[in-house]
Design a protein around this ligand. Structure first.
Ligand code: UD1
Ligand code: CA
Length: 473
């Protein structure tokens, strides 16, 4: 089988994004655009993948450094033709096909690339171009064909005349080339165009003028090859990619109540019979087990949720929610937290870097930070682990079967032994041994009849006031 190498163009400035970062690093469904392109390519198991980098090249390299890729620097960005030329040294003795694609076309599928490659490999064309019919062809190169329908040229929008601008067939920026022929043609490129760039697309004209065969195949779903040059196109790409991801999960047995308000990142994993309610965002490397209920209005980032758990109106970051757990409504679970099996975290509770043991409950209005809570513990409403002394964070340890009274301040560092009961409203500053009762409050003061007397005095005052105002009138 003939060898195949791929070249991904990712050195451009992306001026139209008006951004401080590289265009190909802008995210589509939670991962940089370039990752989508490269990962799709990796599915094809080609011999080599070259990524041409330039603008913000270090950052681009970093984003995809864990994949098996070769990076080629294009120091000055003199156009897509110039970008491909940078790979010449590496491919000096290469005698095969190159697949060229752009780092800013993130929705392209490996099945489409495979079709393009298969078509090209069985034709004797110098080049096969992947073309499409976009709803709006603004910004794309137009495909020029002769009377017999043969492709003869790609004309860039900025160089096209009025007639050419009416052409609906556009260049997707994805092509296969006979590498030997391409490298010869690259030598003949010039900058006689509006942008003063070396256009890769001009090799088509070079081939056709010599009567060489150029093929083109049409992509089936045009939205797959939209190029991202500005923020509006980025939003469209995010919308399309999200739709694709939601469809994948629905097809694998996940119920999504409202696909229009559900956003799931590319790397998320969800098992079947889980139900996702509206306005839910599943981000990063989040993994959700079977039979869970997530949402409405919930955001999970880089978190694991095990089977049969329910999370409503809540936010969870970098945490683990184990089997059969209830979270929310209105809980904020911050990084490093583990909520164990069958536990419950309720309304207006914030938990940071803590473990909540099996079957334990933090049902209402609490802050738990840097704490280890044992199994079957009940944390009374309004309890706070006072973990910060203004300089350092300290730990709170609570043993199994503890019952913390409502409105308690647990001033860390503190250890509450197994089976302890603490009185409501206590400010606990010292460790409590197992099975003890701990209480900290001033003695209750009772003055009998005091409240009644105060009410009567107040009544008299009001009457006096009224009388005075009558005298005055
Ligand atoms: C390009 C095509 C156009 C096609 C469109 C499809 C050319 C001349 N035009 O236009 O026919 O319809 O893509 O989306 O090829 N890049 C480099 N180095 C450079 C210049 C660009 O690596 O010197 C990279 C960019 O980072 C980008 C890709 O090449 O990923 C395409 O460049 P861009 O400037 O976006 O080209 P378009 O104007 O979209
Ligand atoms: Ca582009």
């Amino acid at each position: 089988m003939k060898k195949i190498a791929a070249i991904v163009l990712a050195a451009g400035e992306g001026t139209r994004m008006k951004s401080e970062k590289a265009k190909v690093l802008h995210q589509v469904s939670g991962v940089p655009m370039i990752c989508h392109v490269v990962d799709t390519l990796l599915e094809l198991k080609l011999d080599k993948i070259y990524v041409v980098i330039g603008n913000h090249g270090e950052e681009v390299t970093k984003a995809i450094s864990d994949r098996n890729l070769d990076f080629i620097w294009q120091k000055e960005q003199l156009g897509t033709g110039h970008a491909v030329s940078q790979v010449k040294d590496k491919l000096k003795n290469f005698d095969g096909t190159v697949l060229v694609l752009c780092g800013d076309v993130p929705l392209i599928r490996s099945t489409t690339l495979k079709k393009l490659l298969d078509f090209h490999m069985t034709s004797d064309s110098y080049s096969t171009i992947l073309t499409f019919y976009p709803e709006n062809s603004t910004g794309y190169g137009r495909i020029l064909r002769d009377d017999e329908g043969n492709v003869i040229e790609i004309v860039e929008e900025s160089d096209a005349n009025e007639e050419q601008l009416k052409i609906k067939e556009a260049n997707s920026g994805t092509y296969c080339f006979n590498w030997k022929k391409l490298s010869q043609a690259l030598e003949l490129l010039n900058t006689e165009n509006v942008k003063r760039e070396l256009y890769l697309t001009d090799v088509v004209k070079i081939f056709s003028s010599k009567g060489e065969k150029i093929s083109a195949i049409n992509v089936e779903v045009w939205k797959e090859v939209i190029g991202i040059n500005n923020r509006e196109e980025l939003a469209n790409a995010n919308y399309e990619m999200n739709k694709r991801i939601l469809k994948k999960w629905m097809n694998s047995g996940v119920t999504i109540m409202d696909p229009n308000s559900t956003y799931i990142h590319n790397q998320v994993n969800i098992e079947n019979d889980t139900v996702i309610y509206p306005f839910t965002f599943l981000e990063g490397s989040t993994i959700i087990g079977k039979n869970c209920e997530i949402g409405p209005s919930t955001k999970l980032v880089n978190s694991i949720v095990e089977d049969n758990s329910k999370i409503t109106y809540s936010i969870v970051f970098d945490s683990k929610i184990k089997k059969g757990t209830l979270v929310g409504p209105f809980s904020h679970i911050r990084p490093g937290t583990e909520i164990s099996e069958n536990a419950k975290v309720g309304s207006f509770v914030e938990i940071k870097k803590s473990i909540v043991g099996k079957g334990s409950k933090v049902p209402h209005l609490s802050y738990i930070g840097d704490a280890e809570i044992g199994d079957r513990v009940n944390i009374g409403a309004g309890t706070i682990t006072v973990n910060y002394d203004g300089y350092k964070k300290h730990k709170t340890k609570i043993g199994d079967d503890v019952n913390i009274g409502s409105d308690s301040m647990l001033v860390a560092p503190i250890k509450i032994g197994k089976g302890v009961i603490t009185g409501a409203g206590s400010v606990l500053t010292k460790d409590v041994p197992p099975d003890a009762l701990a209480l900290e409050r001033g003695e209750q003061v009772i003055k009998e009849g005091w409240a009644k007397r105060k009410r009567e005095l107040e009544k008299k005052r009001q009457l006096k006031k009224k009388d005075k105002s009558k005298e005055g009138s």
